[in-house]
Ligand binder design. Structure first.
Ligand code: SF4
Length: 79
């Protein structure tokens, strides 16, 4: 299951997750006009490296735990 970035990331710019992802699945973007990182579910290999890198604990390890944010990540992903 792909990891998912949740609402605590909205408006933040830490971006540590991008630096640790081994497959470049995480992309900077915007959500409702605010900065927001998104994970491309078609690229994520669920390695788990990004989750401890987030200072806000805003990364869900399973789409089923992420509610609406799973669809939001997918919609915002570039691929
Ligand atoms: Fe990248 Fe791994 Fe996080 Fe998926 S779980 S977004 S592959 S660091």
């Amino acid at each position: 299951m792909a990891h998912v970035i949740g609402e605590k990331c909205v408006g933040e710019r830490y971006a540590q997750c991008i630096l640790v992802c081994p497959v470049e699945a995480i992309h900077p973007g915007t959500y409702k006009g605010e900065p927001f990182m998104t994970i491309d579910p078609d690229v994520c290999i669920a390695c788990g490296a990004c989750k401890p890198s987030c200072p806000l604990d805003s990364i869900y390890e399973d789409e089923s735990l992420a509610g609406e944010w799973a669809a939001i990540n997918k919609d915002l992903a570039p691929s």
